[in-house]
Each structure stands twice: as structure tokens, then as C-alpha cells.
Design a binder for this molecule. Structure first.
Ligand code: HEM
Length: 150
């Protein structure tokens, strides 16, 4: 998965405010999700996590490199290894993101442009969420080491 994308997409959607809104709607869903919320290390205050994802997405689509300036190379697969991302988590994450994508584009005046932007976003999010999956979801084949005996 590349961490660099077409520079013009960031400007096309209106810059960082678009990604801030996308992530705000997304995290409003995470905040009430009984499966995903417990995975978030700062679940009592999702503000910093909102900011990290919004800056990452802005950077990914050609905006300022603030995310990498603050966090270093994204290394997203490595950063997600501390959380169980199985099929259930992947699908719930995508459920909230699809809703966020639809909401963030509902103010576009041109429905064709809204649909085109949705397509670009989801063409990234769907395979990326699968790429970050690190657990099969099957009881006998977890990639995680077994807990210490006793
Ligand atoms: C397209 C898919 C995804 C992208 C682009 C993405 C992106 C990110 C980014 C940029 C961060 C912050 C990394 C950092 O700087 O520390 C993050 C954190 C996190 N992600 Fe994802 N993620 C994706 C999918 C998922 C999925 C499927 C889950 C399901 C469990 C998940 C759970 C988390 C959690 C729990 C955190 C920690 C929150 C934080 O402290 O920032 N992510 N993700």
C-alpha cells in the first residue's frame, strides 16, 4: 500500500476541512461502537486519535505532511499490530467509514462529483482495511501468541 497519492485530490475536496469532517463523523460512530471503542487506547478522549487520522488522510491525498512531521513514517500495518483487527473489526470500521464518506460528501452541489469522490475514497479504504487485518477471526489460527500458561 502506497502512502502517497494524487496531489490534486486534497484540493479537489476542499482541503483539510473535508478530512476533518470525514474523521469527525467517523469517530462519532467509533465513540458508540461496543466492539471497536475498547480497542482505542485513549477511548476516554478520542480527540488526539481524530487528529492523527485526519492529518494522515490529508497527507495521503496530497495535503501538508504534518502527520509524518509529528509521527514519522505512517507504517500503518505495524501501528495496528497492537490491536486485534479481524474480519469483524475490519467490517465495523468500514461501516463507520462508509457512513462518514456519505455524510462528508452530502454537501457537494454536484451529485456526480459527490459520487466520484466517494468512489475514490472507498477504493482506498476497502482494500486498506483488509490490508490492516492481522487476525483471521478463526479461533484456531490467530496470529497472536498464546497468553502465558497459568
Ligand atoms: C483504511 C483503513 C485504516 C486506516 C487508513 C487507518 C489509519 C490509522 C491511523 C493513521 C492511525 C493513527 C496511527 C498513529 O499515528 O499512531 C490509526 C490508529 C488506530 N486504528 Fe486505524 N486505520 C485503518 C483501519 C483500522 C481498522 C480496520 C481498525 C480496527 C480495529 C483500526 C483501529 C485503529 C486503532 C484502535 C487505532 C489507535 C487510535 C489512535 O490512538 O490513533 N484501524 N489508524
Amino acid at each position: 500500500m502506497s502512502d502517497v497519492q494524487d496531489v490534486s485530490f486534497f484540493d479537489r475536496v476542499g482541503g483539510q476541512p473535508f478530512f476533518d469532517r470525514l474523521v469527525d463523523v467517523f469517530y462519532d460512530g467509533i465513540a458508540v461502537d461496543p466492539v471497536l471503542l475498547p480497542l482505542y487506547p485513549e477511548q476516554h478522549d478520542l480527540g488526539p486519535a481524530r487528529r492523527r487520522l485526519a492529518l494522515f488522510l490529508g497527507q495521503y491525498w496530497g495535503g501538508p505532511t504534518t502527520y509524518s512531521d509529528e509521527r514519522g513514517h505512517p507504517r500503518l500495518r505495524m501501528r495496528h499490530m497492537t490491536f486485534t483487527v479481524g474480519p469483524l473489526e475490519r467490517d465495523r470500521w468500514l461501516h463507520h467509514m462508509v457512513h462518514a464518506v456519505e455524510t462528508a460528501t452530502d454537501s457537494f452541489t454536484d451529485p456526480a462529483e459527490a459520487a466520484a469522490v466517494q468512489q475514490v475514497l472507498l477504493a482506498y479504504f476497502v482494500p486498506a482495511a483488509e490490508h490492516l487485518r492481522n487476525d483471521t477471526g478463526l479461533p484456531i489460527s490467530s496470529v497472536r501468541p498464546a497468553p502465558p500458561a497459568g
